[in-house]
Design a protein around this ligand. Structure first.
Ligand code: DLL
Length: 433
């Protein structure tokens, strides 16, 4: 087994916790001293930086939410003067002002290091040709991946998202070995490859490092079989640093969180109570090395579990389970919680169904209705009506038994559901509530 930074990645937990405590204390001191909003929040609950005497004391600190970033738009949570900020990113956000994040040059270095570690963990090296098809720009995906791939010493192709035909031509001609993009875009690329008459097994592609949106295990299988590659899950969010917060190793038994830079916790999203190892809840992250934008106990809204056991690969950092949904992605239909990934998992087990789907939620009278649009293969679509009907029936039965609510299924023709070059849109909620 080889590691990018064995000393850090395989550090005994006791030692790791000492490092975390020291870094946490420094972070809390800096946040309290330099960010008025943090001082105010801590004063409100009556906690001072010197009250943090052990790692467990983290739960004395107040949470930070996206709303705090919005309230302090654009730079109000920065802990350094703007002259020390060398990069600004922001996350799109569907409503209102975007969330703005900043980096010092040391932060950029930390991020590149974490991304290099992530890429290496997924098998990339200086012999790799890495195609970065995450968007470059305010989104952290493109540049985050780019700096990490360069640090590994790989040859980097900064294609960004879009222009899919050209992406594939370059992938073929430049002999890309690792592809980095959203899992939904990887599937779209496969479709375009087929149209171009390219057989993925003739490419040099070895692995994909996919993230920025939830994707089920069935989706992983689908991508691996179609593109003939090994697919790794990478997790991150702009508020914390961007991609590279956590990455799978080749055991694919959870994503290793860079615990020398972040402290993870799991809370009950309703009561905010801290849950114990293995219990499912909302991931909360604290940055402990970030200079420009220290973030204390950030409520990610992502639902997962933590596993603190040493991985078979030798790494000791906590592993988070694949994130299958966000608490705010969840649609509540007649009181039942439904995640798009649950629908995805069911669909991809049914032959003839394509991995492209859309949940449309509406309210008729007082009743919520869920309609799932499902793409079927060209062959199925041209089959006789009776076969289509029975497939539709099978899908709705399987969805109903998995979700516990009635589901209307609409089979749609190949390529009718909009393809995405970035994060896929899986839900349309037409209810005005
Ligand atoms: O999506 C950073 C990123 C870029 C991660 C490229 C991985 C690869 P944001 O735009 O701020 O940052 O969105 C963060 O995306 O809170 C999750 O809900 C979701 N997300 C990110 N990675 C995963 C993943 C980037 N592997 C939000 N699985 C997060 C599931 C993910 N959801």
């Amino acid at each position: 087994m080889t590691y990018w930074d064995k000393e850090k990645e395989c550090m005994p937990r006791e030692q790791l916790q000492k490092l975390q405590l020291r870094r946490l204390q420094e972070t809390v001191y800096r946040a309290y001293a330099f960010v008025p909003a943090y001082k105010e929040k801590m004063d409100q609950v009556g906690v001072k930086p010197e009250d943090i005497k052990s790692i467990e004391d983290i739960n004395k600190l107040p949470f930070t939410t996206k709303q705090d970033l919005r309230d302090n738009y654009p730079f109000g949570l920065f802990a350094v003067p703007m002259s020390d900020v060398v990069r600004i990113h922001s996350s799109s956000g569907t409503t209102g002002k975007p969330t703005v994040v900043g980096y010092t040059s040391k932060d950029i270095d930390t991020w590149a290091e974490l991304m290099a570690r992530a890429l290496y963990c997924a098998g990339a090296s200086k012999h790799s040709v890495v195609q970065v098809s995450y968007g470059y720009g305010l989104f952290t995906g493109g540049l985050g991946a780019h700096y990490g791939a360069e640090r590994v010493g790989a040859s980097v192709i900064p294609t960004s998202g879009g222009n899919t035909h050209r992406q594939i031509m370059l992938m073929q001609d430049f002999e890309t070995t690792e592809l980095m993009c959203t899992p939904s875009y990887a599937l779209f690329m496969y479709e375009v490859m087929r149209e171009m008459g390219i057989d993925p097994s003739d490419l040099k592609l070895r692995a994909g490092i996919f993230g920025a949106e939830p994707w089920s295990e069935n989706m992983r299988r689908e991508i691996e079989n179609k593109l003939k590659i090994d697919a790794y899950d990478i997790y991150g969010l702009s508020e914390i640093i961007g991609p590279g917060v956590a990455i799978e190793c080749n055991r694919k038994a959870g994503l290793h969180i860079g615990e020398d830079h972040f402290i993870p916790e799991i809370i009950d999203p309703e009561t905010c109570e801290v849950l114990s190892e293995g219990e499912e809840g909302e991931l909360v992250l604290t940055t402990i090395t970030k200079e420009a934008l220290p973030i204390i106990r950030y409520r990610t809204r992502d639902l997962t579990t933590l596993n603190m056991e040493r991985c078979e690969c030798g790494r000791t950092h906590a592993r988070m389970a694949k994130v299958l949904g966000r608490s705010d992605d969840m649609v509540i239909i007649r009181g039942v919680n439904v995640f798009p990934s649950m629908v995805e998992s069911v669909l991809l087990n049914i032959p003839g169904v394509e991995p492209h789907y859309l949940l449309v939620v509406d309210r008729k009278g007082n009743l919520d209705e869920l309609e799932v649009h499902v793409e079927v293969s060209e062959q199925v679509f041209s089959d006789e009506v009776r076969k289509m009907e029975s497939l539709g029936l099978q899908i709705s039965k399987e969805l109903e038994s998995a979700l516990g609510i009635a589901v209307r299924v609409r089979l749609v023709e190949h390529k009718t559901i909009e393809r995405s070059e970035g994060k896929a849109k899986r839900v349309i909620d037409k209810r005005n509530i």
